[in-house]
Design a protein around this ligand. Structure first.
Ligand code: HEM
Length: 493
């Protein structure tokens, strides 16, 4: 029998729990769960949410997510900025399943594995530009690597010249999705970023036009799959919905993979014993003779360290939905139309599932303990119908990127003994104060003298060409010097 009173999480008059969430959302959601149980309410400024938390909530989302929750309302504002009526994240039911079928191949683990050498080349090129002995803010440095990897290998266009604009645009939109920001539309910086993102989109579409495709003989990628869907069923997938989908590869990793790699770097630098194990595997991947897929599988400590990072520092600790109909959960009635938060990462810090949850311990995931295999307690990629479609891709990307970083450079924390600070909006990430220093180079790439012409030298020439010749001429020059093996297809078609 459902009871009616749902407890309210602590908060301040007028603003609700904004400060607590901004301090550490995963921690606050867990504290509130321990105080109130699996259902409680929370206010953030003028919005109220019903929070479902704990193993029971994760189980409910996985089993009944399709029936009881809608994603549309939460993401509709985000869609509107792109001029779209729908997107994968906002679609529900049969429409949503059709979107997932179209995106599946381009975001798959197999697609990523086939392009591992391209990922490594891109990471090497960026790392070659990291100065020795100077503080390097970790998150932006890793954002440049991972956004270039996904953009280049999944959408056929390198977003390097657009990096800062992508960050500004996506962070503006994500923040506005959480807390309304009516002034965003008039911000000169945001407007400039928006215009640049538009330019990137047109470049992507131009590169996938019939004549360009024939000219460069590239393999079909995710953008081709989207264009095919549009051509075959324009009523279901009109041109207005194309831009948000085509920009997916440029934003999918920007905060998720970059944030996770940065958290992982911090954890490894604080745990030299684990760092050593992971680095040995990285050396084997980059210099060994095993085929990439086998070497990837053999990186046991690397995978465990990535899993432990995503347990302790989940970049998506909650999901937002609307109750599609009234339902009962944990003895409470949740009315139709209620805004619901599912705090998927709460079990990550419950000692009954993960003993000593504050400890970075990669042995949790060994066959003897296998703590992540308890049902519905480990959910870094979400659960239910919208569970991350790129999770396999992301795992390959994290392992490959971290392996390249650890193989190429010896890093130190910029300030010895630094204790991690985080930002929480738009998503949890290490704060700007998390900086590293290159102590020395140990891999193949030397600064400004790349082993290969498209290594560090390519990066420098690319930047210079872009400035001196203009974007089109620079792209043409890049095309002619791009190795065929980079992602097994040209960098830019
Ligand atoms: C550490 C890295 C990542 C994390 C933690 C992560 C997490 C998530 C989560 C929690 C969702 C579900 C959102 C919701 O239910 O509202 C999601 C959706 C999605 N992710 Fe990821 N993600 C990561 C990386 C990636 C990458 C690299 C790609 C693509 C290459 C990707 C593609 C997608 C797509 C397409 C969806 C939409 C799925 C749908 O709505 O059906 N993700 N991700």
């Amino acid at each position: 029998m459902a009871t009616s009173t749902i407890p309210m999480a602590r908060g301040l008059p007028g603003i609700g729990s904004v400060f607590d969430m901004a301090r550490d959302m995963r921690a606050f959601l867990t504290e509130s769960y321990l105080e109130h149980g699996p259902v409680y309410r929370m206010r953030l400024l003028n919005q109220q949410f019903t929070v479902l938390a704990g193993e029971q909530a994760n189980r409910f989302l996985a089993r009944h997510g399709t029936k009881h929750f809608r994603s549309f309302e939460f993401w509709s504002g985000f869609n509107a900025w792109f001029g779209a009526a729908r997107s994968t994240l906002s679609a529900d039911g049969a429409e949503h399943a059709a979107f997932r079928r179209t995106l599946k191949r381009g975001y798959s683990r197999e697609y990523a594995v086939e392009r591992m050498d391209g990922m490594i080349d891109i990471a090497r090129r960026e790392i070659a530009a990291w100065p020795e002995g100077k503080p390097i803010p970790a998150v932006p440095a890793l954002q440049r690597v991972v956004t270039d990897q996904v953009g280049t290998l999944v959408a056929g266009v390198s977003p390097r010249p657009y990096n800062d604009d992508l960050v500004c645009y996506v962070h503006g939109l994500l923040s506005a999705t959480i807390v309304p920001r009516p002034y965003l539309r008039w911000s000169p910086r945001f407007r400039r970023a928006s215009a640049q993102v538009d330019k990137l989109y047109h470049e992507v579409i131009e590169c996938h036009s019939g004549s360009m495709r024939e000219r460069h003989g590239a393999e079909p990628d995710l953008i081709d799959d989207l264009l095919n869907l549009h051509e075959s069923d324009p009523k279901f997938f009109p041109e207005a919905d194309l831009k948000i989908a085509a920009m997916g590869p440029f934003v999918a990793a920007l905060d998720t993979v970059a944030g996770t790699c940065a958290f992982m770097l911090y954890a490894l630098l604080r745990h030299p014993d684990v760092l050593e194990r992971v680095r040995d595997e990285a050396d084997a991947l980059l210099t060994g003779s095993a085929p990439p897929e086998q070497a990837l599988r053999e990186m046991d400590a690397m995978h465990r360290a990535a899993m432990e990072t995503m347990r302790m520092y989940p970049v998506t600790p909650l999901l937002v939905r609307t109750a599609a109909n009234s339902f009962e959960f944990a003895g409470h009635r949740i009315p139709a139309g209620e805004r619901v938060m599912i705090a998927t990462a709460v079990p990550h810090y419950l000692p009954e599932f993960f003993p000593e949850p504050e400890r970075f311990d990669i042995d949790r995931y060994g066959p003897e303990r296998a703590e992540h295999k308890q049902p519905y307690v480990y959910a870094p990629f979400g659960l239910g119908p919208h569970r991350c479609l790129g999770n396999g891709f992301a795992e390959v990307q994290i392992a490959t990127t971290m392996a390249t970083v650890l193989h190429e450079v010896d890093l130190d924390l910029d300030r010895a003994g630094y204790n991690l600070k985080t930002t929480q909006i738009p998503m949890p990430a290490p704060a700007e104060s998390f900086k590293v220093r290159v102590r020395g180079r140990r891999g193949a790439v030397q600064p400004l003298a790349g082993r290969k012409p498209w290594g560090a030298l390519g990066a420098v020439l690319g930047g210079a060409l872009w400035g001196a010749l203009g974007a089109e001429a620079a792209r043409e020059a890049f095309r002619s010097m791009t190795p065929a093996h980079l992602g097994r297809r040209p960098l830019i078609r």
